[in-house]
Design a protein around this ligand. Structure first.
Ligand code: TRP
Length: 333
């Protein structure tokens, strides 16, 4: 279906540490959606400063992220790819919406509570207000759909409530966005412990394949990924008894676009060794291409900065229209 008038908004915090799980789960689908939707992809550097990092690291992480986006196939001429801090309307709308968000709502956010109760030393109000900035990101562009993982769905629910509340005072200013559920492959699990999600912040890096991992280390990680000792070895999808194998089937399916049942047929009677060696080959092919493109972009910082300025100036034009509408609605002169 062609939904070119539908607006898709997504953002990630700057980091060069994206995993194959991010790639399969979200990035590949976002890339395809560039042809069917009006897409905005934002690098959320203002969200990133809720935790401390040095100026040098922040700058590096932003450039790593944009280079990685480009290498993965995001097209700055099809989509609007931009830097949150370069579109000042985000922080302005954030203040306005702060006055339409309740303390009680924010204190119920589980992500905040986790950080708070983990004994985090730097519980600044940015962390507390984080979801309002996120709401501003989304609402500024009349966004229809937001592809997000489960961990962010409470924030999206809050965004919807803020939008509805504001609209109930002032008329139809904001579009109330809906969550876009990513299709299969969105749930790639940890390699050694397939009971939890593959996560870039996992302390055991052998659980995770990063897009910038060396091919050698990818091969070692897949080889040591847990399977099972059920006899006879059989490659089929069974999330109760064969979590490891099912996870690897998800990886393979996500990377090749073959369905799980096609893969089950293809691998019937084949060994786990053969299965893993095919996965290693396919991941390696993809990563070699992706990494060479990444390093090509990454060495040209001026080009990367220009791409960000270009995207941000396009985003600004759209954001400004909506911000003015909001200000007028409130009665600001
Ligand atoms: N908070 C999101 C995360 O950490 C990133 C984010 C910021 C975002 N603004 C957004 C995601 C707006 C979706 C929409 O993953």
């Amino acid at each position: 279906m062609n939904d070119i008038n539908k607006v898709l908004f997504s953002a990630i915090q700057p980091s060069g540490q994206l995993t194959i799980g991010n790639y399969i789960g979200v990035m590949r689908q976002w890339i395809k959606m560039q042809d069917t939707h009006t897409c905005l992809y934002c690098i959320a550097d203002l969200h990133a400063i809720t935790t401390r990092r040095s100026p040098k690291e922040l700058r590096r992480d932003v450039l790593d992220t944009i280079a990685l986006y480009l290498a993965c196939g995001f097209d700055p001429y099809k989509s609007i790819i931009f830097l949150q801090s370069q579109v000042h309307q985000h922080s302005q709308l954030c203040w306005l919406l702060t006055c339409y968000t309740y303390y009680g709502e924010l204190s119920r956010m589980t992500q905040f509570k986790d950080k708070y109760f983990q004994g985090n030393k730097n519980v600044n109000s940015g962390l507390f207000n984080y979801p309002i900035l996120m709401a501003s990101d989304i609402l500024l562009y009349k966004t229809d759909i937001v592809p997000i993982g489960k961990d962010q769905s409470q924030h999206l629910e809050l965004t919807r409530n803020i939008a509805r509340r504001f609209n109930s005072y002032y008329g139809n200013i904001f579009t109330v966005p809906v969550r876009y559920m990513v299709k299969h492959g969105s749930n790639i699990l940890s390699l050694l412990n397939p009971c939890k999600k593959m996560s870039k912040s996992d302390s055991n890096k052998n659980n995770v394949i990063f897009l910038l991992d060396s091919i050698n280390s990818v091969s070692k990680k897949i080889q040591s990924a847990v399977t099972d000792s059920n006899n006879p070895h059989s490659i089929h999808y069974d999330m109760t008894n064969k979590k490891g194998i099912s996870n690897l089937l998800n990886v393979l399916s996500g990377l090749t676009d073959k369905t799980i049942s096609d893969l089950e047929i293809e691998y019937s009677g084949k060994s786990y060794r053969q299965f893993k060696s095919d996965i290693i080959e396919i991941i390696s092919d993809i990563l070699i291409r992706l990494q060479s493109s990444y390093f090509y972009y990454r060495q040209n910082e001026e080009y990367l900065e220009n791409i960000l300025y270009y995207g941000s100036s396009r985003a600004c034009l759209r954001a400004d229209k909506l911000l003015n509408k909001v200000k007028k609605a409130i009665g600001l002169i």
